[in-house]
Design a protein around this ligand. Structure first.
Ligand SMILES: NC(=O)c1ccc[n+]([C@@H]2O[C@H](COP(=O)([O-])OP(=O)(O)OC[C@H]3O[C@@H](n4cnc5c(N)ncnc54)[C@H](OP(=O)(O)O)[C@@H]3O)[C@@H](O)[C@H]2O)c1
Length: 426
């Protein structure tokens, strides 16, 4: 097609070709746009691994990057267990899974309720998982669940802990600490991987755990619990003076924990004397146009959303699509080389990179983080158990009161001497 046009240009003059100059003027811009789009789209995973029958647990698999990872894994025949905030009976979740099954032609997609903002919910699921005998097969854990809370929308979880800190970091610590035996008992020949999703914001994180310290006795979060006057449990939420930088801190701490967790797995002496089979990988997926990013960019407000829509072409250009964001996670799960060795690699743009902060590998720092997290969980869980016991008591008392109310009129009628019924009986 262009050859006859070029020939015409030489024979009859380029001025005879319609729209030549406007096309020549806009073509470099279109090429530049295509080059930028290609550049910001990042690398694509080209590694292949047989995923059929592999059991993969995924947090955050219902949205954004996690949803794309799940789709790809399910299409390759992996058995996917979605750890979701909602119970498996939730209508939207049921529909989502049905769609996913239809789309991927795989029936091996299930959901289990694990609300990352509730330590109790995590413990309930994880203990149920490890209680199984013989131990269940587990080939990978992908930790994509997370929140990026806009300024002004900060809140504490039901455990009285900052939501961003708990969902992005503490929940992962809690889940893996309980699941650790389930990972260690996998047969030595099995290539087991734990993939943590991080973010380059960790580079600028200020390591100060005081910002996320939990005030003893603080319960709060979305559910305000009513307690009777005898049991004095504070419902006011402790909030430190500055909550700036918690997202970055949560990601930095998550990476520190990832390395500590690898050391913890490597230190385990298997009864069969064989080397450990679980490797930890930390992945930076790159900035992507996911619901989480959109909420953060818009600040969770309508004006923010309007501004976002007006500037959408810019975001379309510089941010990856969720599918492009999922590529490095898929690479970490599928690249053959990571099935051997010491573990603890960092992946970005589908290749291994060095951590920009050396201190995430620091053993002493790792120990401090581990102890802090254990203590925070212990405190919160104790208070949570007390709160649930009180709630149960209150509920039982209310039920008893209701029962009494229902039975009282009948017996009263029988007993009252002056009633019409009793006079009739006489
Ligand atoms: N997007 C980016 O630009 C970017 C960049 C670097 C790193 N990352 C990291 O990549 C991961 C995925 O990011 P994303 O942008 O794809 O996230 P997203 O779209 O906001 O999705 C977050 C996922 O986490 C789940 N989740 C949130 N709170 C939860 C809770 N309390 N319990 C259980 N699940 C919960 C959400 O479930 P619901 O759908 O039910 O709410 C959702 O499936 C995150 O760890 C993020 O930090 C993202």
């Amino acid at each position: 097609m262009p050859i006859p046009i070029i020939v015409q240009g030489f024979q009859e003059g380029f001025g005879t070709i319609p729209y030549l100059w406007p096309v020549l003027k806009t073509a470099p811009w279109i090429l530049l746009l295509a080059a930028l789009k290609y550049y910001f789209g990042g690398a694509r995973n080209t590694s292949e691994r047989l995923m059929h029958s592999k059991v993969v647990m995924v947090t955050g698999g219902t949205s954004g990057i996690g949803a794309c990872v799940v789709r790809e894994l399910a299409a390759r025949g992996a058995q996917v267990i979605l750890l979701t905030k909602q119970p498996p009976s939730d209508l939207f979740l049921v529909e989502y899974i049905e769609d996913l099954r239809r789309l991927t032609k795989s029936q091996l997609i299930y959901a289990e309720q694990v609300d990352l903002s509730s330590l109790h919910s995590i413990r309930t699921f994880a203990t149920k998982w490890i209680d199984n005998n013989p131990p269940r097969r587990l080939d990978a854990v992908v930790l994509c669940g997370g929140v990026a809370v806009p300024r002004g929308a900060r809140k504490n979880t039901i455990d009285g802990i900052d939501e961003e800190w708990q969902v992005n970091y503490l929940a992962n610590f809690h889940l893996l600490s309980i699941l650790s035996p389930a990972l260690r008992v996998q047969p030595a020949h099995r290539d087991v991987r734990v993939v943590f999703a991080t973010c380059s914001s960790y580079i600028g994180a200020k390591f100060d755990l005081a910002v996320v310290k939990r005030e003893p006795g603080a319960i709060g979060g979305p559910t305000t619990v009513s307690v009777n006057s005898k049991a004095k449990v504070k419902t006011d939420v402790h909030r430190p003076a500055s909550t700036k930088g918690i997202y970055a801190l949560s990601k930095f701490t998550l990476m520190t924990f990832a390395h500590s967790f690898q050391r913890h797995l490597n230190a385990y002496k298997r009864p069969d004397g064989l080397p450990p089979c679980t490797r930890v990988l930390v992945v930076d997926p790159g900035l992507s146009r996911t619901p989480g990013t959109r909420r953060w960019l818009t600040g969770g407000s309508l004006w923010g959303l309007l501004l976002y829509l007006l500037t959408w072409p810019l975001w379309w250009l510089v941010l990856k699509s969720p599918d492009q964001g999922a590529q490095s996670i898929l690479y970490a799960l599928m690249e053959e080389n990571y099935g051997r060795g010491e573990g603890g690699w960092m992946i970005k743009e589908c290749r291994e990179v060095d951590c920009a902060r050396r201190d995430v590998r620091d053993e002493d720092l790792g120990k401090r983080v581990w102890e802090f997290s254990e203590q925070q969980i212990e405190e919160a869980e104790k208070e949570g158990a007390l709160r649930r016991a009180l709630e149960k008591k209150e509920k039982e008392a209310a039920e008893q009161k209701q029962e009494k109310k229902q039975t009282a009129p009948a017996s009263n009628k029988e007993k009252s001497a002056g009633s019409r019924r009793s006079r009739k009986a006489k």
